[in-house]
Design a protein around this ligand. Structure first.
Ligand SMILES: Nc1ncnc2c1ncn2[C@@H]1O[C@H](COP(=O)(O)OP(=O)(O)OP(=O)(O)O)[C@@H](O)[C@H]1O
Length: 239
């Protein structure tokens, strides 16, 4: 079953073409990594999925419905965590629990314990490290038990141990049946974590698919080799 379908999606702002005829599918239970350099269009795709941006043309379906009609089934972390620094850890999460009408307080305790913040629940978020804030943002994104999790560069600025923690936790969420789409610049991270990848450059989705299938298709041993090949050969053919 497809959780996300983009069919020939373009986004134009002013005279700038930000996405050009982007088509891809994300299947249920996959971890799909959108890989590309700064300004490639990764966040724009994420904004479209979340209903924050309208595509200029093309069609998008999320969990079989038009964008905006499945918001309660999506959890997300954007570049800026959107946490309230003057509120405590638990106040931040309670705010979202109320928005999503989650009244079971044991769910909050469970999630804060999962991310290792239960002992710090009464501390203000402004004194949290980047890693702690990102873990709280993850707990908050999961509060309504979403089917689809969207993570915009979730591990940027995290230390190596926290990066590994995030990676393992995302894999666990997939095993529980969730579908995850994330953006990243980091090839090694994407290779270790993702079941599927999409490579994007200047608004063009150059290729997407299962990592193993792409290695086979392009006769390459690593994701880095595929990336370099697509960047040089395919991209130049397209533009
Ligand atoms: N609201 C906007 N108005 C005009 N241009 C925009 C707007 N939002 C994004 N862009 C442009 O769209 C392009 C793609 O931006 P986007 O944020 O999607 O890239 P990205 O791949 O997420 O990059 P990064 O890895 O740096 O976050 C950039 O050239 C950016 O300047």
């Amino acid at each position: 079953m497809e959780v996300i379908t983009f069919s020939k999606v373009s986004k134009v702002i002013g005279k700038r073409i930000i996405l050009k005829d982007v088509s891809f599918k994300v299947e249920k239970g996959s971890i799909f990594g959108l890989l590309g350099p700064n300004g490639a269009g990764k966040t724009t795709i994420i904004r479209i999925i979340l209903g924050l941006f309208e595509p200029t043309s093309g069609k998008v379906e999320i969990l079989g419905k038009e964008i905006g009609k499945t918001k309660e089934k999506i959890g997300f972390i954007l570049h800026k965590t959107g946490l309230y620094p003057k509120l405590s850890c638990i106040e931040n999460i309670l705010l979202y629990a109320d928005i999503y009408k989650v009244h079971d307080r044991s769910k909050i305790e469970f999630l804060l314990k999962e991310v290792g913040l239960w002992e710090r629940k009464d501390d203000k978020v402004e004194i949290f490290s980047r890693g702690m804030q990102q873990k709280l943002a993850l707990a908050r994104a999961l509060i309504h038990n979403p089917d689809l999790l969207i993570l915009d560069e979730p591990t940027v600025g995290l230390d190596i141990e926290t990066k590994i923690w995030f990676r393992e936790y995302i894999k666990k969420l997939r095993e529980e049946g969730k579908t995850i789409l994330l953006s990243s610049h980091e090839l090694t991270e994407v290779e270790k974590l993702c079941t599927h990848i999409g490579i994007i450059r200047e608004g063009n989705l150059l290729e997407y698919g299962k990592v193993e299938d792409l290695k086979e298709k392009y006769k390459k041993y690593s994701l880095e080799d595929i990336y370099l090949y697509l960047k040089d050969e395919i991209y130049l053919e397209r533009v």
